[in-house]
Design a protein around this ligand. Structure first.
Ligand code: SAH
Ligand code: SF4
Length: 395
């Protein structure tokens, strides 16, 4: 399958849509935005800092959804909040649990669009894989999401909301008065679900700032990994504006093959991408870049590929994450054999790079990497039709 669709990031970004009754959803507002909104709603300016701290803690530390439960606020202030704000998450349409414990949530957002969120429990960690867009404008030939035509950027609230709804389902909010549970069910977040996060940079950044905030969900910046297909001009901002770890969907060692697999390579080729990675502001031995490499039978899995990859990585603190290809209906590739994958891993490892092979998780529920695509995906629609659907005026 040769990808033919143009490389574009022209997707519809919905303005922050006010919920019914003109209420503002608190979820996803940055501290500055929430402070301004509290003042606009009538909070006296000199109280704003304190009120912001209180509301923030209720929403993001305790997971409270009802203003009436915010017991350290005066009754009339709670009423004022309820008049102006809501605390709303995307709706969970369905939840599937794999035989290996992986959970996949199908989530509905404004306009009726759907995205998927996956929770992967492991012995030493629990990783939540979240989406940044509905579908993806890029058309990587091995990725199921890339075949979905309908695309829109998620708002910051919809991105933070994915983390919160997973915490709801896992029962992970702290209970007042109970001893603090040190082990976290969601210890890591990866932006590896649907969409290209660097094509929705501002919303992804704002959402991660909320998730990292110490007085709320408080996930450390090193526990978040953003995966990009290689949007070169935006890569440095990942370090300077978010500070999280970076993963790159590399997948090939020649431009000829990478053009086929990751068509954004036609815009920013391997050499250009590697230059950007060498200059990555966050780069160090303790914060290495992860090179994701999907193992496709007979396409990119030879020993020569492995040796070339080692050459390309020279000088970049890196680890290589080998991903056995996950099949989906109609996929034009097959997974490399176990022998091939191990031989490839050994070459990388012997050259001094960690080269773990990712264990596919949740395959029985189509939750593994690259299998995500909302089941009820609708026919391709123009941006105008999507906007009309969402009840927005569109000029
Ligand atoms: N758009 C971003 C993040 C989402 S994809 C990106 O491309 O990096 C997350 C990872 O899953 C990427 O490395 C992607 O290349 C990989 N992937 C996609 N389809 C896959 C499949 N069918 N099997 C295995 N990995 C896949
Ligand atoms: Fe988009 Fe990433 Fe899938 Fe490529 S691999 S189509 S960039 S989601």
């Amino acid at each position: 399958m040769t990808p033919t669709a143009p490389i574009t990031q022209d997707v519809l970004t919905l303005p922050r849509k006010l919920p019914e009754g003109g209420l503002t959803n608190i979820v996803g507002l940055t501290r500055d935005q929430l402070r301004a909104a509290l003042i606009a709603a009538g909070t006296p300016e000199k109280q704003a800092k304190m009120r912001l701290g209180q509301v923030w803690q209720w929403v993001y530390h305790w997971g409270v959804r009802d203003f009436a439960a915010m017991t350290n606020l005066a009754k009339d202030y709670r009423a004022l909040l309820a008049e102006h704000f809501t605390i709303e998450l995307p709706e969970v349409v369905s939840k599937q649990v794999s035989t290996d414990g992986t959970r996949k949530y199908l989530v509905r957002i404004a306009g009726g669009h759907e995205v998927e969120v996956v929770y992967i429990p492991e012995t030493d960690r629990g990783t939540l894989c979240i989406s940044s867009q509905v579908g993806c404008t890029l058309t990587c030939s091995f990725c199921h999401t890339g075949t979905q035509k309908l695309v829109r950027n998620l708002t910051a609230g919809e991105i933070v909301g994915q983390v919160m709804l997973a915490r709801d389902d896992l029962g992970e909010w702290p209970v007042q008065g109970a001893p603090r549970d040190e082990g976290r069910l969601i210890s890591n977040i990866v932006l590896m679900g649907m969409g290209e996060p660097l094509y929705n940079f501002d919303n992804v950044r704002d959402a991660m700032k909320v998730v990292m905030d110490n007085e709320g969900i408080a996930l450390g910046r090193r526990r978040i990994t953003l995966s990009t297909s290689g949007v070169v001009p935006e890569i440095a901002r990942t370090a300077t504006e978010i500070g999280c770890l970076l993963a790159v969907s590399f997948h090939a060692t020649t431009d000829e093959v990478r053009d086929q697999l990751v068509p954004i390579n036609k815009r920013w080729n391997i050499a250009t991408l590697l230059d950007a990675l060498r200059d990555y502001p966050g780069l160090s031995n303790s914060e290495r870049i992860t090179f994701e490499y999907v193992m496709l039978d007979g396409v990119n899995d030879t020993k020569e590929d492995a040796y070339r990859l080692v050459e390309l990585l020279r000088g970049i603190p890196a680890k290589v994450n080998l991903i056995p290809f996950n099949e989906w209906p109609g996929a034009p590739y097959k997974r490399s054999s176990g022998n091939r994958i191990h031989a490839f891993a050994d070459i990388i490892y012997n050259a001094g790079y960690a080269s773990p092979i990712r264990t596919p998780r949740g395959e029985d529920i189509m939750a593994a990497c690259g299998q995500l695509k909302s089941a009820t995906e609708r026919e391709r629609k123009s941006a105008r039709a999507i906007a009309a659907d969402a009840g927005l005026a569109h000029g």
